[in-house]
Design a protein around this ligand. Structure first.
Ligand SMILES: N[C@@H](CCC(=O)N[C@@H](CS)C(=O)NCC(=O)O)C(=O)O
Length: 216
C-alpha cells in the first residue's frame, strides 16, 4: 500500500485512518508548488492531479472520501455498515468535510498561494470566511454534549473532518467555537493521530497561526 502525500494536505485524513486501522504502508511525498502534481506519472494515479491517491490492491484510488470509504469497507471497521441506521449520518459527515474543505481551499489560495498578491480578492476572502463560519457553527452545535461525530463513537468520518479543524482555526477564531475546540483537542490526543503527525512531516501550507481578512 502506498499513500501519495503532501504534508499538511488532505492526505493527512488517509494517513490518520491508516494508523487507526494499524495497516502497513509506504509514503511518497509530493509538493503542491513545484508542478510535479501535473506530471504524467502523478496523473496516472490521480487524473486531476490532486492529493491524496492511494495505491492498493493493484490499483490507485483518488478522492480522500472514496479512499476512506474503501478502506473502512475493506477492513470492516470504523464505519457503520450500509444497513446500519447511522450509515446516512456517516456519509453525510464525510461529504460535509469536503464542502468545508473546498471553502478552506479557496481561503488558502487567496490568503497564501495566489501570485501576484494583487490578484487576491478581499471580497472573496470575506464571503468564504462567512461561509466557513457557517460550517463551523454547524459543527459547534452538533458537537455540544458529544465526543465524536457519530453517537456510536469514533469513526473514519472523524478522520475526514477532524483534519479540517486545524485549518479552520486559521480563518475563524477558536474562542467562538468551544465545543469544536474541545473536539480538536480530543482528536489531536489520539495515539494514531500523533503517530500520523510524525509520519506526515511538517505542514507545508501555513506560516501564520491566524489569517485576518485584510481591509479592502
Ligand atoms: N476532493 C478531493 C480534493 C483533493 C485536493 O484538492 N487536494 C489538494 C491538496 S489538499 C490538491 O491536490 N491541490 C493541488 C491542486 O489543486 O492543484 C479529495 O478530497 O481528495
Amino acid at each position: 500500500m502506498r499513500l501519495h502525500h503532501v504534508p499538511g494536505s488532505r492526505s493527512m485524513r488517509v494517513l490518520w485512518l491508516l494508523e487507526e486501522l494499524d495497516l502497513a504502508y509506504d509514503l511518497k511525498t509530493w509538493s503542491l508548488t513545484d508542478g510535479s502534481l501535473r506530471s504524467p506519472e502523478f496523473r496516472a494515479l490521480s487524473p486531476a492531479g490532486r492529493i491524496p491517491a492511494l495505491e492498493i490492491d493493484g490499483r490507485a484510488i483518488f478522492e480522500s472520501g472514496a479512499i476512506l470509504q474503501y478502506l473502512t469497507e475493506r477492513e470492516g471497521r470504523l464505519a457503520p455498515r450500509p444497513d446500519d441506521a447511522e450509515r446516512a449520518d456517516f456519509l453525510g459527515w464525510v461529504h460535509f468535510a469536503e464542502t468545508q474543505g473546498n471553502i478552506l481551499q479557496q481561503l488558502n489560495i487567496h490568503h497564501i498561494f495566489l501570485r501576484p498578491e494583487s490578484a487576491r480578492s478581499v471580497p472573496l476572502m470575506k464571503l468564504e470566511t462567512k461561509r466557513l463560519a457557517l460550517t463551523a457553527q454547524v459543527l459547534e452545535d452538533h458537537l455540544a454534549g458529544r465526543d465524536t461525530l457519530l453517537a456510536s463513537g469514533f469513526s473514519a468520518a472523524d478522520c475526514m473532518l477532524g483534519f479540517n479543524i486545524d485549518a479552520l482555526f486559521r480563518f475563524v477564531p477558536i474562542a467562538d467555537y468551544p465545543h469544536l475546540a474541545g473536539y480538536r483537542e480530543r482528536m489531536g490526543a489520539r495515539p494514531a493521530y500523533r503517530r500520523a503527525l510524525v509520519r506526515a512531516g511538517g505542514d507545508e501550507i501555513y506560516a501564520q497561526d491566524f489569517y485576518e481578512v485584510p481591509n479592502a
